[in-house]
Design a protein around this ligand. Sequence first.
Ligand SMILES: C[S@@+](CC[C@H](N)C(=O)[O-])C[C@H]1O[C@@H](n2cnc3c(N)ncnc32)[C@H](O)[C@@H]1O
Length: 454
Amino acid sequence: MRANENMRTKTQNIGEQLLKNRTNSAYVLNTLENLGRLPRDFDGRCLLEFLDNESSTIRFLAVKNLGKLRNDAFLVFLTRIAQNDPDTNVRREAVSAIGRMRKPDTKEILFAKIKDKDPKVVCQAIRGLLIFKGEAGIDAKLSSLIDHENEMVRQVIRKEYFAEKRKIYTQPHPESYDYLKNVVVNGDTIETMKFLQDESVHLTFTSPPYYNARDYSIYPSYKAYLEFLRDVFQEVYRITKEGRFLLLNTSPVIVPRVSRAHSSKRYPIPFDIHHYLMEMGWEFIDDIVWEKPEASVKNRIGGFMQHRKPLGYKPNPVTEYVMVYRKATEKLLDWNIRSYDNKTVEASKVSGRYETTNVWKIDPCFDKIHSAIFPVELCKRVIQYYSYKGDLVFDPFGGSGTVGKTAKMLDRYFFLTEKDKKYFSYIKEKITMDLDDQFPPRFLSLNEFKEVLE
Ligand SMILES: C[S@@+](CC[C@H](N)C(=O)[O-])C[C@H]1O[C@@H](n2cnc3c(N)ncnc32)[C@H](O)[C@@H]1O
């Protein structure tokens, strides 16, 4: 009781001091910033003075502190700010303060704010109105916003009113089918994926063939190449478990010139494929840049070094992208994480040093048999950061099998597809059986794989 009274006296004094020092912006700012919790009967009238201050930060803080009082005596002031303040953060704070009152007479005011030009203000108004969810008038108006032009607004409405009914899963989220565990299939990846059930894999990490830059990847046109990748990642989307990740390693490629009379052509694969992935429902999460030492990459700057003529500048490409996507879901990551038992979560925690930025400096790897293999360090990071022990990790373009080998080493299962017989045999050499393997590696032709399914 006494503590409350003390607090009240202290805050009332603050109110008086504020008004006395109304022209001292630094004082006002500092005081408003540090007002903290306010007693319900705090006399908020001392704050009204600052609702028209020329500093948007002071106006914002005045609104924020008024909002703490949840007193509808201030509704008219807050409504004026919500409607007219030129600063979008101030308007949003006013809408938030109105919403927090949870009073029926705020509904019309909040509905008016759905027409605000800033989608963040619109979302705030929706949040205030969702308190009344279940009332026919509210539900009808809010659900009609599913066609709103802004994607954030549509996403909130979809989650609130159009979320899929609870899905029935054929298996618990952390589990995967035994017939896929530690299997490599020698076949076309799209053909093979067709035999997999929906939501079968936890993580896909892959590096697709480069467009016509290596002998194992010849396509009739760049368009045909992109459409092939689109079809692959559409299938990957289908077989990925809800809310799980795809990490895609690509970089722009150069196709050499036909003759000295022509120029070479550079194809921006990561940027072109991105568009397709977004269209099919992958959610963009991060762009990780894999940086290699300059000495390890092709020298393009040589010519410029000699002539130094503008326009002829061609930097040495030391980076590749590792783009991170998540299969669309209304569920938060927490839902995925909570589906694992404590023992698995503890065992999967990333211990020791870890990468803190999106620039990963890793030496490339050179191999006598395969010309484009992942460094183990890159695979290690991806698998450790984006999967749990016991998960199924998929690489549709298996190559020399680095993803498989690393997944096994990190106590995950792998499933790989590789079209080329030579590389398939190479994977066989590289991924060996261990005595304690519960699922020893199996190397199957597509026909043999189909037989396993029957
Ligand atoms: C860039 S390499 C992958 C290298 C791999 N990340 C590694 O660490 O060894 C791409 C691989 O995809 C394979 N490939 C190309 N088209 C394929 C297809 N339609 N289905 C399965 N594999 C394919 C190629 O034979 C090549 O080995």
